[in-house]
Ligand binder design. Structure first.
Ligand code: 5GP
Ligand code: ZN
Length: 141
């Protein structure tokens, strides 16, 4: 039995309880078009199993998801005659996650389409960056 959440709209899509514009499906993954696309062809790729965020995803699903992202990404680009492709993935509401079933956005891009991503800034002082890098690296030891 794969993990499921009875209240999850994406689990309902996996179960075909609600319809979607499906573009790909295999044993572990499914891809379908986002109902509110950034640009036409904007696709969502996800595991069929319900895991809330990227950090909950079992490592063994990573390889399969990467292969599906690559295949679907190529097809989305070709179908929309795109010049580029963004991969986006939100975790937790603070980062804009609306549906708590881990998923990856594939967004076709066209040269000069005017879509801007997030603004970038800098660090307050030279030590802040290296100290933060050391803290993160320490948590990864
Ligand atoms: P998130 O903000 O969680 O990363 O993205 C959730 C995405 O799911 C949104 O872009 C939203 O448009 C899409 N979405 C929400 N409900 C449905 C649905 O019922 N069907 C489809 N195809 N997309 C959905
Ligand atoms: Zn789910």
């Amino acid at each position: 039995m794969i993990p499921k959440d009875a209240d999850c709209i994406f689990c309902k899509i996996v179960d075909k309880a609600i319809p979607c514009a499906r573009v790909f499906e295999n044993e572990h993954c499914i891809a379908f078009l986002d109902i509110a696309p950034v640009h036409p062809g904007h696709a969502l790729v996800m595991p069929k199993a319900h895991y809330p965020t990227l950090m909950d995803l079992p490592a063994e699903l990573g390889g399969e998801l990467t292969r599906v992202l690559s295949r679907v990404g190529r097809a989305v680009m070709e179908a929309t005659a795109a010049d580029g492709l963004n991969l986006m993935q939100n975790n937790y509401e603070a980062a804009g996650q609306l549906v708590h079933h881990v998923h990856f956005h594939l967004i076709p891009r066209h040269s000069g389409d005017g879509l801007t991503l997030w603004p970038q800034s800098g660090y307050a002082n030279p030590d802040e960056m290296s100290n933060l890098a050391k803290t993160i690296a320490g948590l990864l030891e």
